[in-house]
Design a protein around this ligand. Structure first.
Ligand code: PMP
Length: 427
């Protein structure tokens, strides 16, 4: 059996069915360096998708920090250690007041789980509002927030609002007010169901929803409605955070609001499993008083060293500015492709988190869902890794490690030009 087929079979046998993998022909990666990865046959791929190795695969400074701390001490988090304090100081310095305290976790799911409990502790209520096309993680409570992959026996404390769609819905104030009206409807629903409102949880960039192009302040009417009803705003920054959007360090800063609780994950320690929750001292105190919380691994000395070094590298190597400049350049390139390829209906995004929505027809904007999937698979065969998501799963998602260069963007665009030429635009 070829290597790939063998690994797929062993995965199914050892890990069970339905373990998610990317691409019809999954990549068997064995090595990474910067924006590049190599498979077991030595083939090189340009990584245009991975936000986990945020500062680049195997960044030498992060590797060195992990090794050095692992060789000195790693233990659970009930001893005094300066590592977590150094990190939380550096992390909270990137937020506006009053977001000045943090809990370190191992995953984004845990972070969101804590955020929900913080909202419960502050409000005494259990109702949560989320969008109908989001993903916030995999714990029992947090999986309730997924509409796209609903858990059996869904709890009834979650109300869903339609995800904004900048390509198909009215722009500007009308869109923002329509979104807020849906939030208000959900607030009333949750009151009727006896839960009341604890929080609106939202990715400020609507990453899983297909990163619609929304003006700064879009969320203000919805946020005002939530606050008026006594609820908290939880910003899930697992995807847009740490400078990826190019213009601002955090998605909520770009969106123009200060949340009550911020949750973090994926890129936080360049692949070492670190997540976190940032909030005000008041909310943290309410949480710590209501819930006894302990996390064996969250913020341990090695995790703190990995996270601090990752943050330092983002800042020292000017990676947010790189994201802005290269992102703008790549989007220009995509717009040029759109002149020649009718399938590209919309080009959008910010910094190094961008893409193009694929349509069968520019007038009807009919989503080219199957086509987009085929294009992602063709790109993989051409040695460029990207993927697709969005409300209709027809938005190419390009979100490479932050040292991505103009030359890398050129290569991605050239291959995409070929892939769009070779792939028939069929439903
Ligand atoms: N929130 C968002 C927006 C995510 O995209 C994800 C992971 N895809 C999570 C939370 C969960 O993070 P983790 O897998 O680290 O638990």
């Amino acid at each position: 059996m070829p290597d790939t087929q063998n690994l797929i079979a062993r995965r199914a046998q050892l890990l069970g069915p339905n373990v998610s993998t990317f691409y019809e022909d999954p990549v068997h990666m064995v090595r990474g360096d910067g924006v590049w990865v190599w498979d077991a046959d030595g083939r090189q791929y340009l990584d245009c998708y991975n936000n986990v190795p945020h500062v680049g695969h195997c960044h030498p400074k992060v590797v060195e920090a992990i090794s050095r701390q692992a060789a000195a001490l790693n233990t659970h988090t009930r001893y005094l250690h300066e590592g977590i304090l150094h990190y939380v100081e550096a992390l909270t310095a990137t937020f506006a007041e009053p977001l000045n305290t943090a809990i370190m976790t191992c995953t984004g799911s845990e972070a969101n789980d804590i955020a929900l409990r913080m909202a419960q502790a502050v409000t005494g209520k259990t109702g949560v509002i989320a969008t109908d096309h989001t993903y916030h993680g995999n714990t029992m409570a947090v999986s309730q927030l997924s509409c796209t992959n609903p858990p059996p026996n869904r709890w009834d404390n979650v109300a869903f609002v339609p995800a904004p769609d900048s390509y198909r819905r009215p722009e500007g104030e009308t869109h923002a007010l329509a979104f807020a009206a849906e939030v208000e409807k959900s607030i009333a629903d949750l009151a009727e169901r006896g839960h009341g409102l604890s929080a609106l949880i939202i990715c400020p960039y609507f990453a899983n929803e297909g990163f619609p192009a929304l003006e700064t302040g879009f969320l203000k009417p919805a946020i005002d409605a939530v606050r008026k009803a006594g609820g908290l705003i939880i910003a899930d920054e697992v995807q847009p955070g740490f400078g990826r959007l190019g213009t601002d360090f955090w998605g909520h800063q770009k969106a123009g609001f200060v949340p009550d609780v911020v949750t973090l994950g994926k890129p936080m320690a360049n692949g070492h499993p670190v997540g976190g929750v940032v909030t005000s001292l008041d909310i943290m105190t309410a949480f710590r008083t209501n819930f006894r919380y302990f996390n064996t691994f969250g913020g341990n000395p090695v995790s703190a060293a990995a996270a601090l070094t990752t943050l330092n590298v983002v800042q020292d190597e000017g990676l947010m500015e790189n994201a802005r400049v290269v992102g703008d350049y790549a989007r220009d390139g995509l717009r040029q492709l759109a002149r020649r390829h009718d399938c590209i209906g919309d080009v959008r995004g910010s910094g190094l988190f961008f893409g193009a929505e694929m349509v069968l027809d520019k007038d009807t904007k009919a989503p080219a869902t199957a086509f987009t999937k085929r294009v992602a698979n063709v790109m993989r065969q051409k040695g460029v890794l990207l993927n697709f998501l969005g409300i209709n799963y027809n938005a190419l998602k390009i979100r490479p490690p932050m040292p991505f260069s103009r030359e890398n963007a050129d290569m991605m665009l050239e291959r995409l030009d070929e892939a769009l030429t070779e792939t028939p635009l069929e439903p």
